[in-house]
Write a protein that binds this ligand. Structure first.
Ligand code: DQA
Length: 149
């Protein structure tokens, strides 16, 4: 079975409790379970990873990125700061979709810039935990349409 990676960055382990007005009340585990089930019905294994550490995220991308078909990534605050995560995604040459629960363009200006967005297949931002479902749907469709390599 082919694999899609789901990567969550810092503080996303606190989803459900963390600033619920911005990020909702659904836990990360609930989101992961839902996406795992959906991916399975579409014939993919979802491999989920969350870390508060930039280096661990880079290492995960290096180790798993070569074997997987695509990445869904909510890099949290590292979206706005991490050249290293950008470089890791480019190094393994894997298609990725950037995800945010909140609409980062409706928030502080320092959240408007992303180190990932211009290299992403696309960006989904502002639909709460449904952003992840939209991201998976988009990746499945992207992989379906993409000529097999
Ligand atoms: C976030 C938006 C980021 O700006 C923030 O640092 C997060 C969460 C989102 O999902 O809306 O941690 O990525």
């Amino acid at each position: 079975m082919e694999t899609i990676l789901l990567i969550n960055g810092p503080n996303l382990n606190l989803l459900g409790m963390r600033e619920p007005d911005k990020y909702g009340t659904t836990s990360l585990q609930t989101i992961v379970d839902r996406l795992t089930a959906r991916a399975k019905t579409e014939g993919y294994k979802l491999l989920s990873f969350q870390s508060n550490s930039e280096g661990e995220i880079v290492s995960f991308i290096q180790h798993q990125g070569q074997k997987a078909k695509g990445v869904l990534i909510n890099a949290g605050a590292y979206t706005h700061t991490s050249l290293a995560i950008r470089d890791a995604l480019l190094a393994v040459q894997i298609p990725f979709i950037e995800i945010h629960l909140s609409n980062i363009y409706a928030r502080e200006t320092f959240r408007h810039h992303s180190y990932l967005a211009d290299k992403a297949v696309g960006v989904i931002s502002g639909f709460g935990d449904f952003s992840y479902d939209l991201g998976l749907m988009a990746m499945l469709e992207y992989l379906r349409r993409r000529p097999h390599v």
